[in-house]
Design a protein around this ligand. Structure first.
Ligand code: ZN
Length: 200
């Protein structure tokens, strides 16, 4: 069960309607409540909300970031960085960082259509490869890539079925992504395998 003050990522399940009333920055699908934003859980009486975390520290090469895909072009995906792994609790005033994932940094194989790998509103775990002339990221390693994704039709969170295939049980549709091996079990507050989620 999620705890008050816990750090959560967009699309992370917070509980059910039987446990809580949905408050701010959360949404409800099929009786389950999910976070809309990266932030801290706030439980007051029975109301569950998430307070968005806006400030992130300076970004360096080699760091691992959590980002949301804001735009997908033919050869590049544009993302907004939500947090730097291991530093999410730091609070240094900073602008919102926009970064880019070139198509050559998405997978090892040839990519015919970038939208088979990344789509708008996907949450990705990515490594910073350059901060010169903009922030560039890679999602090639197995533990990098999409960690949460939403159905293109109904926006419900997608369930991983196998390999790079995700499924929406509501629409009965499959979609593909460059999926991280941490898909659906990543906790920003924990280590990369989601252990010790309250330890930084
Ligand atoms: Zn759907």
């Amino acid at each position: 069960m999620i705890k008050d003050g816990e750090l959560v990522i967009p699309g992370q399940e917070l509980g059910t309607l039987e446990e809580y009333l949905p408050g701010e920055n959360v949404y409800e699908v099929g009786g389950r409540i999910y976070s809309k934003v990266l932030g801290r859980v706030a439980v007051k009486d029975l109301m569950i909300s998430v307070s968005p975390l806006k400030e992130i520290p300076r970004i360096k090469e080699g760091e691992v970031v959590i980002a949301t895909v804001t735009e997908v072009k033919e050869n590049i995906a544009i993302v907004e960085i939500l947090a730097i792994e291991g530093k999410a609790y730091r609070s240094i005033a900073s602008p919102i960082y926009t970064a880019a994932i070139p198509i050559s940094q998405i997978a090892n194989e040839f990519i015919k259509d970038i939208r088979m790998k990344l789509r708008t509103s996907d949450i990705v775990r990515a490594k910073v490869i350059s901060t010169q002339r903009g922030i560039f990221l890679t999602v090639k390693p197995p533990d990098m890539g999409v960690i949460n994704a939403f159905c293109s039709i109904c926006r419900r969170p997608l369930r991983r079925v196998s390999g790079n295939t995700l499924r929406c049980d509501h629409c009965n549709t499959n979609e593909t992504r460059k999926i991280s091996e941490l898909y659906g079990r990543y906790f920003i507050g924990g280590d990369k395998y989601g252990n010790n989620p309250r330890k930084i």
